[in-house]
Design a protein around this ligand. Sequence first.
Ligand code: SF4
Ligand code: SF4
Length: 175
Amino acid sequence: MFGFGVLKGMLVTIQNFFASYFSKDHLTTVQYPEERLSAKERYRNFPFLVYDQAPEDPRCVACDICAKECPPKCITIVRDSDAEGKPLKRPKSFDIDYSICMNCGICEEVCPFDAIFMDHEFELAEYGRFEDLMYHKDRLLKPNDHFKKIRPTDATRIDAKLAAKTQKPAPPVGN
Ligand code: SF4
Ligand code: SF4
């Protein structure tokens, strides 16, 4: 019947309106910031870098793939090098301009080393429009425990994958 959907929707609204006086389950809003809804696991905001043991030893090997694939080009990486100038598999600097990042998650998808993931952090307002929103390596690096906390399903899967990779292959069986 024409208009039945509208009537049905209004009925749900009216039911929730009166029921909310008796049970909080019927409230569709929360009193932010005193009350907060927990983010869903697949929620994504801005990227962060993961380290396992220490921030000086991040998973990132400075391969630059994420920077190349980032659509608005807001990632800048400089590879570290030793005293002789030989390149090392870690970033000397790793910057993401959060004022440009469009939260697409492509950096996470293309990283072959599971080193960059989308965070749940959203309270990032700053007074400075430019440098304050330029996130350097020290602000981007977070422990794997943080990843486990916000996205346990993905973190468990990736930990298992990395553990399998580091396991030594079984010795060949002799004849
Ligand atoms: S975060 Fe991943 S894709 Fe980006 S430079 Fe590091 S290892 Fe490469
Ligand atoms: S989320 Fe998208 S825009 Fe932001 S740094 Fe990653 S690839 Fe770039």
